[in-house]
Design a protein around this ligand. Structure first.
Ligand code: SF4
Ligand code: SF4
Length: 137
């Protein structure tokens, strides 16, 4: 059974960015919100209200479809995996994600696919995120 990370209590987000920092720490060994596979932003003009963008775990991902060199491939259970050695840094994957949920590494010039590992949910102090079992593989 595969698992996907989901936003379950968006209204409880306090914008602390612990989720983003945990993601970058886990996978890039860096303390930087620039390296996270998800994004938390304050809604303009709405103090205390936050937008959380993370991979939707599409089964037929538009980002992978848009990749001209198959550097991004559908991941079993939803979402995508990246083969960085194939990436030609064109950015078509990020442009193809309609909800703008695929993050971009400005330094490496390549996408940062979510691994749906759940480390963001583990470090969120307010149970905003949850790693959920899916009923498909
Ligand atoms: S930036 Fe890399 S992963 Fe994204 S579409 Fe281009 S080649 Fe594929
Ligand atoms: S860790 Fe939780 S409360 Fe903090 S920004 Fe992320 S989702 Fe919001």
């Amino acid at each position: 059974m595969s698992k996907l990370i989901k936003v379950v209590r968006r209204e409880q987000c306090i914008g602390c960015l612990q989720c983003m920092l945990a993601c970058a720490r886990q996978w890039e060994k860096l303390i930087s919100v620039e390296k996270a596979a998800l994004s938390v932003d304050m809604y303009p003009g709405a103090e205390g209200s936050f937008s959380i963008r993370l991979c939707y775990g599409c089964l037929e991902p538009d980002c992978a479809e848009a990749c001209p060199v198959q550097a991004l491939l559908p991941r079993t259970g939803g979402g995508v995996t990246l083969n960085p050695s194939l990436c030609i840094h064109c950015g078509k994957c990020v442009s193809a994600c309609v909800p703008t949920a695929l993050m971009w590494d400005q330094e490496k010039k390549q996408p940062i696919p979510c691994k749906h590992c759940g480390v963001c949910a583990f470090y969120c102090p307010n149970q905003v995120l949850e790693l959920q079992e899916q009923d498909h593989d």
